[in-house]
Design a protein around this ligand. Structure first.
Ligand SMILES: Nc1ncnc2c1ncn2[C@@H]1O[C@H](COP(=O)(O)OP(=O)(O)OP(=O)(O)O)[C@@H](O)[C@H]1O
Ligand SMILES: [Mg+2]
Length: 344
C-alpha cells in the first residue's frame, strides 16, 4: 500500500525504506543468477552490494531498474513496483550501468541533453543541466567533442553524469568507479555523499572494499545468487570473531608449513596470502592466541617476520564467507584493494 508523503511523493506506508526486495529469483537457462533475494534499503542511505564475479549483482541492478523482469518475487523502488509501475519508476531513478551507455557519435553535451529529454525535463533545462553535470565531472573542456574521442575514464564520468541529469530520487550505480583514476574516484565518493545528504538513496555494487566501507551504511554480500551476509561493515567483521591473527613468515617456502601449524589456533581455517607472505586465521581478540601461535611456529622451526592480532578487514570477511574460488584475478585489480586472491 502506498500514499503521498509530505513532499507529494509516493512512499510505502509505515516504512522509510526506499528499496524493498522480497524473494526475487532469476534464472538464465540452467544458471540461477538470483535465488530468493531479500533486501531493504532505508531512504537517504547508501547500500553496498558486494560479491565476486557472477554473483548476481548486475542481474539485481537490472531488475531494480526495470531492464529485466524477475521470474518471481517482488521489488518496490521509490514506491513503485519494478514490474507493474516500470514507466513511472524510470522517471525517478538514475542508473549508471557496469558498461558505459553513452552514444559514441554524439558529443558529451549532446549525450547529456538527450538524457534530459528522455527524462522529459522541460526544454529550457536541458542546457543548464548538461552544463552543471559537465562542470561537476570536469568534462567542460571536452564537452563539444564526440565521445568516441574520450578516454575510458572520461566516458565513465560522462555515464555517471548522465545518471544524474534527471535528479533521481534513487541512484543505482553498478561498479561506478571501476576504471577511474584515484582522484576521480574520491571525487565521486564525495559527490555520492553530497547526494545522500540531500536525501537521495543510492544502491551501489562494487568490488572495492574501501569504497563499500567508505560509502555504504549497510551492505550485503551476494554469492551465487544468494545473500550470504548482510549488515554494517562492523557487523560483518564481528562475524569473524572480532579479530584476525596474521603471521608473516621470513621465508615464503615456509608458508604451507606455517598454515599446517596454525590449524586449530583460531576459530577458522588458516589461509595463505602469497603476495604478502602471510598466513591468517580468524580468532578471538585474546593475546593468548598470539602466544599459542608463536609457540607452535617456534617448535615447528618456522622463522617469523611478524605476528599480530588485528581487526578483520572486509576482505577477510569476504574470503571467510565465500572461499577462494571467488577471487578476482590480481591482473584485473587496479586502484584500491579489491577482493584479493589467496589460497588456503
Ligand atoms: N543475459 C544473460 N544470459 C545468460 N546468463 C546470464 C545473463 N546475465 C547474467 N547471466 C549469468 O548470471 C550470473 C550472474 O551474472 P551477473 O552479471 O548478475 O553477475 P555480477 O555479480 O554482476 O558479476 P560481475 O562482478 O562480473 O559483474 C552469471 O552466472 C552470468 O553468467
Ligand atoms: Mg556485474
Amino acid at each position: 500500500m502506498y500514499a503521498k508523503d509530505a513532499i507529494g511523493e509516493r512512499c510505502a506506508i509505515g516504512t522509510t525504506d526506499e528499496i524493498t526486495v522480497e524473494g526475487i529469483g532469476k534464472r538464465f537457462g540452467s544458471t540461477i543468477a538470483l535465488d530468493d533475494v531479500h533486501l531493504t534499503v532505508p531512504r537517504g542511505t547508501v547500500f553496498g552490494l558486494l560479491g565476486p564475479n557472477g554473483a548476481g549483482k548486475t542481474t539485481l541492478v537490472r531488475i531494480l531498474t526495470t531492464l529485466l523482469r524477475p521470474d518471481h518475487g517482488r521489488a518496490v523502488v521509490a514506491g513503485y513496483d519494478v514490474v507493474h509501475d516500470a514507466a513511472q519508476l524510470r522517471s525517478v531513478i538514475g542508473l549508471a550501468g557496469q558498461y558505459a551507455a553513452v552514444d559514441e557519435t554524439l558529443t558529451g553535451r549532446e549525450n547529456l541533453k538527450l538524457v534530459a529529454r528522455l527524462y522529459h525535463l522541460p526544454r529550457r533545462e536541458w542546457g543548464p543541466r548538461a552544463e552543471a553535470v559537465l562542470e561537476r565531472f570536469s568534462l567542460t573542456d571536452a564537452a563539444d567533442r564526440p565521445v568516441r574521442t574520450y578516454s575510458g575514464g572520461m566516458r565513465r564520468r560522462l555515464d555517471l553524469g548522465a545518471s544524474l541529469v534527471g535528479r533521481p530520487r534513487v541512484l543505482i550505480l553498478d561498479e561506478p568507479t571501476t576504471g577511474l583514476d584515484p582522484r576521480t574516484r574520491m571525487e565521486l565518493w564525495v559527490y555520492v555523499e553530497d547526494l545522500v545528504r540531500d536525501g537521495v538513496t543510492v544502491l551501489l555494487t562494487t568490488q572495492y572494499l574501501e569504497e563499500a566501507e567508505r560509502l555504504a551504511a549497510r551492505m550485503a554480500v551476494l554469492d551465487q545468487g544468494k545473500v550470504i551476509a548482510e549488515g554494517t561493515a562492523n557487523e560483518l567483521k564481528d562475524r569473524l570473531g572480532g579479530a584476525v591473527l596474521e603471521v608473516a613468515v621470513a621465508d615464503p617456502k615456509d608458508l604451507e608449513r606455517a598454515r599446517e601449524l596454525l590449524v586449530g589456533v583460531g576459530s577458522g581455517a588458516p589461509s595463505i596470502d602469497p603476495a604478502r607472505n602471510t598466513v591468517s586465521v580468524a580468532a578471538h581478540q585474546d593475546a593468548q592466541v598470539v602466544l599459542d601461535a608463536a609457540a607452535r611456529l617456534l617448535q615447528g622451526e618456522v622463522p617469523l617476520q611478524d605476528i599480530a592480532l588485528r581487526r578483520p578487514s572486509l576482505d577477510d570477511v569476504f574470503l571467510a564467507l565465500t572461499g577462494n574460488r571467488t577471487a578476482v584475478e590480481p591482473a584485473a585489480a587496479q586502484g584500491p584493494k579489491r577482493w584479493g586472491r589467496r589460497s588456503s
